[in-house]
Structures are given as structure tokens and as C-alpha cells.
Design a protein around this ligand. Sequence first.
Ligand code: ZN
Length: 141
Amino acid sequence: MSEPARRTSVPPLIVTQDNSFWFDGVREGRLLIQRCTGCGTLRQPPGPACPSCRSFGWDTLESSRRATLHSYTVVHRPQDSAFTYPLAIGLADLEEGIRLVADITGVDPADLVIGMPLEVAFTEHAHGEVLPQLRPREESA
Ligand code: ZN
């Protein structure tokens, strides 16, 4: 007997002193991007040093959360109880010029189109983890 797929939890989050600002941000509904104070390069995911100039100095920029779909995959198996299947996972181009990987909600995977406008939203999982999700964005003037 099989149970319907339910969102119960996500795999354990690895929070470190290098990425805790990012998790704090998503809990507040903000997508923060790490920016090198040496050369201005943006980086995602967060890391301790700039890949361009090796500086350890950084601050953050709050993303507009506007994005377009760069690529995606649809996962059917293996299934984890933390997710609903088929699970669409997108690689999105954020307006700021860097990319974000997140699951896609609010659209049938068969209707996904490369280049479609997306926005970053946030969803809270059963144990309080908050993570970004991509969803279709209505294009506004
Ligand atoms: Zn740099």
C-alpha cells in the first residue's frame, strides 16, 4: 500500500558561518546574494572567498527575486517523502546575473518552457526549514 507523496521534511540543511546569512534571509522572505567587496562579483551559493579575486571580504545584495528559466529537469525516481513527484527542479537566471537552483511549483512540468519568467518564493517545510521555490511570474509592464 502506498501513501500519497507528502512534504514532510527536507534533507538536513548544512548551515555554516559562511552561509548562515543566506538561511537567515530566506526565513525573512529575502533572497540575499553574496557580493565580493573587493571586486563586486556576485556568488551563489555562498562561499568563504571570491572565486574571481580571492578576497574574503563580502556584503550582500537583496535579489529582486525575478528570474527566467535557464534549464530544468523533472525527477520521477528515486522518491523522498520530503518532496512531491514528479518534481521539477529549475536552474534559474536571476535578474542580478547569477543562477539559482530550486524546485519549481505552480506549473505542470509539461508546461515548462526555457526562458519563461519566474519568481522566487519561499516555502516552509515541516520542521521549520524555509527554502526558496521557483514559480511562474506574471510579466508586468
Ligand atoms: Zn572578488
